[in-house]
Design a protein around this ligand. Sequence first.
Ligand code: NAD
Length: 341
Amino acid sequence: MAVLPIRLAFFGTKPYDRRSFEGPAREAGVQITHLEPRLTVQTVSLSEEHDAACVFVNDEVPREVLVGLHARGVRIVALRCAGFNNVDLKAAQDLGITVARVPAYSAFAVAEHTVGLILSLNRKIHRAYDRVRDGNFALEGLLGFDLNGKTVGVIGTGRIGAIVSRILQGFGCEILAHDLQENPDCLAAGGRYVTLEEIYRESDIISLHCPLAPETHHLINEAALRSMKRGVMLINTSRGALLDARAAVVSLKSGQLGSLGLDVYEEEADLFFEDLSDSLIQDDVFSRLLTFPNVLITGHQAFFTQEALEAIAVTTVKNLRSFFDSGTCENAVTNRHVAPR
Ligand code: NAD
């Protein structure tokens, strides 16, 4: 029996997406229309005559956009990422649109990048790189600390948090963990589950690995920052809005927050994944963060490894094939499935 092709509107395409999706899509009979714009209410009309839409972390998928997708025949939104905080799941369910995701592609990629940020910030590698290229070999200002023996608080100990715990255990750190549920992998990495208050009070480094949800929005706010150890290092490779960036600026200025490593930013949608080097950045909080020598920001690249891109492409295509062939998809984040074509 001939396999029906799936017509996929692929929003926010980058050259690396084209490369990683080409093979898996061809094999699975997925015909991709690569679209450079992100999915927003202004661009939803580009999904005309497609069965499915593929989106990433900064695409906007509120009810209005889902209605637009549905009206144009789209039956599934395939997220090529793990988080789905940018999709109105209730609206998707009301419309009978399935939302699928890639729950795990390379937890190692994000965990390793997290540790990279910790090491770079601590030993000021980002500053040393510039200094040495400028013929400045002075060490003043580059003083770090031994990670061995330090206490690290890991908030959210799922796949990524557990690997971060394991890597840092190898550095000789004490791991304090906080989650709604204990993960045996984190316990095996020496993690000791404690309250958030204890994490804030005891940790030299705090790393965020829980999802963004209404309960975790601005989890790290002014009060949380105030209750941390003076000079604490804070790392966020999870989702930008876990951190109140304005409060972080105030805390950095006072020296309470000792250093900050970010791969994500609450207002990143207008910044990240684009070359804006010829533009004037309009976000004053972001611009202020860039002025601190003890802040290191990467543009949502923690996931960006060869292995992760391959896994994202293979799972996304599998999600689509499974949905259109059987009407169900094991990686669906909505409960309701429509009948296959
Ligand atoms: P996961 O689902 O395996 O783990 C998340 C953990 O957070 C779970 O154990 C869950 O119980 C816990 N959690 C939920 N609510 C919590 C709360 N209120 N307080 C404490 N813990 C809570 O997810 P994962 O694969 O480890 O990914 C973690 C996060 O990393 C994702 O939510 C995503 O936002 C982010 N991420 C970022 C990148 C990147 O490139 N920067 C890539 C992938 C994932």
